[in-house]
Design a protein around this ligand. Sequence first.
Ligand code: UN1
Length: 493
Amino acid sequence: MTAYKNYIGGQWVESVSGRTYQVYNPAHKTEAVGEFQTSSVDDAGAAVAAAREALPGWANTPAPGRAAVLFRALEIMGRRAEEIARAITTEEGKPIGDARGEVRRAMNIIEYAAGEGRRMFGYTTPSELPNTVAYTVKRPLGVVGVITPWNFPIAIPAWKMAPALICGNALVFKPASSTPLCAVKLAEVFEEAGLPPGVLNLITGPGAQVGNALVEDPRVNGISFTGSTEIGTALYARGAGVLKKVQAEMGGKNAVILLSDADMDKALGGIVQGAFGSTGQRCTATSRVIVEEAVYDEFVAGLLERTAGLRVGDGIDPEVDVSPLCGQGQYDKVLEYIGVGAEEGANLAYGGRGLTGGEYDEGYYVEPTVFTDVSPDMRIAKEEIFGPVLTVFKAKDLEEAIEISNSVEFGLSSSVYTRDLTRAFEYINTVETGMVHVNAPTLGGEVHLPFGGLKSSGVGQREQGTEAFDFFTETITVYIDHGEAARQQARFI
Ligand code: UN1
């Protein structure tokens, strides 16, 4: 079994304790992906120290020079794209097509961030005083902790790291314990690209203690976190206690509203992809569909037919639509929720079982599952399941559908299918989510547009888009008095 190390101060090193753990392929429980360092607060401390030491050099490298490193990383990732995509599938389990898309997305954000190296704009404005120049500049935030989940083990770290790096920060990267191989590959890409030692430090292993150590370490200036609402909320609260900048991207319970005038074929395609693509393990997955009653029966019939046509198997097979869940914990949680749905009286219209027999015995396979006749007060209607489970609701009109859509604590992404512009805008203006789609799945986003949610889905500045650069910088305001005479008037009326 290959053993992988932490990356601290430009060196590949063992954890201070010397302890390691193993990771296995979710499609083949006995096939080891590798052995990785179990890092503790001591390793976090060493990584923070390395980042601190590297910070001044990187922060003082002109932004176009930092961009040159990112452009090289982009080129290296392009060369290694297929290898990295296969690592995603082997380690996280998602279908290889999704994994390739994820690598593409990571490349897109690196490209976007690199371009920003020549656009680190501040602004100037006339001062209210004579002979005075006033302007703003952006300074790096400092040392930033990057804490990321397993479900996008390349793209999410990349969309935090690339904007952070172009802004001149030094990073301590703590990936999810179940996807360290992808993290190692990302660190290798930046190492080969010539990122100076200590600017990016990687520590693998379990989260809680290391995460807390990072947020409480006075040498760390900010935390960018993606993961569960529970952990994100706790980190945000701890960060607030020490006045630290924290951004937290968290859960979702994303709904599609299907109106009676919609293109049914297009809607079915988008909803099935949204619900079951990446096995439902993405925070923008579609987990609810709210259907106007006139087309409810037609929709359910079409949905069940398409769901039955999905191929379930090892994601490395390009023909597979739905691959295994990421591990035992995910598998147990999803089956538990399916049990809860049945107990609550929702109608289990399709699926609902863990799959067994043949290759299914080797991995964490759950059938794509559809509950119909779901009511908004049920737990399966409100809580994030994070698996291939879709809940279907009936609504009498758009108003009731929006009410159901907004009835959950989350507010990440949403979508409406309609051809009616008036109803589409009524929806856009009232739905409580940070990202809104019309006639498109709830999934994803483009790297040059902000990504994030309202309510329990997100707090702190948005990721991606120009907002990303706001999070990773401090804005400094400069006033220069270049007059010869002492000022006669009071400053700052
Ligand atoms: C996507 O769905 O394309 O953890 C990205 C997540 C989100 C990212 C999703 N923060 O699933």
